[in-house]
Ligand binder design. Structure first.
Ligand code: TGC
Ligand code: FAD
Length: 397
């Protein structure tokens, strides 16, 4: 859903005026405020925190909320925002994804009235930052195996454990943390920055998502009042429900990254002369561009249909997983093709494809790897789970 030559199936016609306006506002902002420095943020591994208030003022946090200062927009609008932000950089979309899908959404869906009143207005304005701690060093694809615990003593919970790879962790004012209570049930907790025993440190030496803050969270006998339990959380399912929101944003964001790579490749191919002709005139280059545009078009159609289904309350977790899996994977292939078309110039940060290519490795990993979505859809199709084998079934292995 982008005007110009990447809107091959005229998806523009499927958008309302309001949706187009939101998309264009974010597009202009990204062009003006992010893209001129995108390569620098990536190179110096710096997230531009100074842009957070601007994003808050544009209503990019709590974009779907009807209360607490949110904009009350639909899922398609949220998707378009993700697309445009990721055309800038995955780190920008990730920040906004986490705020909307993994912090504001769970507090709104599972929080008490007091928790909502305390946190939502400030999160929506961008005055406070949040993060979502589900993954652990030993529990990524299989969050059920998490080791973090929350033991109730008197009117408080004592949290112990470690969360890993947490976006926004070290800059967050509040963490939505998932831990096992005494009966083994996973519940969600709000842990505030500065709580004794709670610390966050950045994951160093990343080659992907360099402009995003990724952190390790440590919980060493962290005592929180029972009012910090998200009362509506009933088990791991509550955490997984949040991922439907996150995966939806990633499906759309992937399109934005793919468009950025495709446009860079088309422009370069038309102006780069080799063998006395623009490389765009060579059949092999044209094949690459054709396949890139085809996959962008298919991904756009998946997104708009998924968005409309979600707006009607008819999008299943499996449909969302399919779009996330497909679009992240195809975007990565598009980024690699674009990088190839740019030749040696393509390995530098002077052009966007390599930056997107490296970021897209993360998109194919977080919120469920491609393998996990394949297996989750396989289970849906067959009714049989291939996630793990009983010891006797491991056979030759
Ligand atoms: P399983 O038995 O499948 O599920 C337990 C219960 O939950 C239900 N469920 C869902 N409900 C709603 N939406 C979903 N997406 C759901 N997935 C599962 C399920 O129906 C069941 O309900 P009930 O009523 O029968 O109890 O659980 P499992 O332990 O077999 O796990 C299944 C599996 C592997 C699919 C799940 O563990 C999984 O999705 N793993 C991937 C982990 C993942 O995606 N982690 C993401 C961490 S957060 C992150 O990466 C943020 S990045 C943010 C950014 O920077 O943008
Ligand atoms: P593993 O689960 O160890 O998987 C390793 C490999 O084994 C993968 O290729 C996987 O596909 C494969 N595999 C695993 N199980 C199976 C199976 N049953 N069958 C076949 N193959 C299998 N998490 C959060 O909670 N909050 C965040 O904010 C967050 N942000 C992130 C930001 C970044 C930049 C990154 C990279 C990750 C982030 N994550 C976050 C963590 C992310 O969700 C996990 O990395 C992801 O779920 C995969 O877990 P893992 O890395 O431990 O890989």
């Amino acid at each position: 859903m982008s005007s110009g030559h990447t809107d091959f199936y005229l998806c523009e016609d499927l958008l309302s005026e309001d949706e187009k306006q939101i998309r264009d506002d974010v597009r202009n902002w990204v062009d003006r405020r992010y893209l001129p420095r995108a390569a620098d943020y990536f190179e110096t591994a710096e997230f531009p925190v100074e842009l957070i208030p601007e994003m808050g003022a544009m209503g990019l946090f709590g974009i779907k909320l009807n209360e607490y200062g949110g904009r009350g927009k639909n899922n398609v609008s949220f998707g378009l925002v993700c697309q445009e932000l990721e055309r800038g950089d995955s780190a920008l979309r990730s920040f906004v994804s986490v705020m909307n899908s993994l912090v504001i959404h769970p507090i709104y869906s599972f929080g008490s009235r007091e928790q909502k009143q305390r946190w939502l207005p400030e999160l929506v304005r961008g005055a406070k930052i949040g993060c979502f701690g589900l993954s652990e060093p030993e529990a990524g694809s299989d969050p059920r195996s998490m080791r973090a615990t929350a033991v109730k003593t008197g009117g408080r919970y004592i949290l112990n454990g470690r969360k890993m790879w947490i976006t926004n962790g070290a800059i967050a004012d509040v963490a939505v943390v998932w831990a096992k209570t005494e009966n083994g049930r996973v519940r969600g907790f709000l842990v505030e920055k500065g709580t004794p025993g709670f610390s966050a440190r950045p994951v160093e030496r990343k080659f992907s998502m360099r402009a995003s803050v990724t952190s390790v969270l440590n919980f060493d006998n962290v005592s929180v009042p029972e009012e910090n339990l998200l009362p509506g959380t009933t088990g791991l399912k509550s955490a997984l429900m949040c991922l439907n929101e996150g995966r939806f944003g990633i499906a759309w964001g992937s399109v934005g990254a793919a468009i950025a790579c495709y446009e860079a490749a088309v422009n370069y191919a038309k102006s780069r002369i080799q063998f006395g002709a623009p490389i765009a005139s060579f059949q092999l280059v044209q094949q690459k561009l054709t396949l890139m545009l085809t996959e962008i078009t298919k991904a756009q159609l998946l997104c708009i249909r998924l968005g409309r289904l979600k707006d009607e309350g008819r999008a299943s977790p499996q449909q969302i997983a399919m779009a996330k899996m497909n679009n992240a994977f195809e975007a990565l292939k598009i980024a690699r093709s674009a990088r190839e078309i740019l030749g040696a110039n393509g390995i530098t940060l002077g052009h966007p494809p390599i930056r997107h290519m490296l970021n897209l490795e993360t998109l194919n990993t977080y919120e469920g790897t491609r393998d996990i979505h394949i297996l989750s859809l396989g289970r849906h199709i067959t009714g049989m789970s291939a996630f793990s084998c009983e010891p006797e079934e491991k056979g030759a292995g």
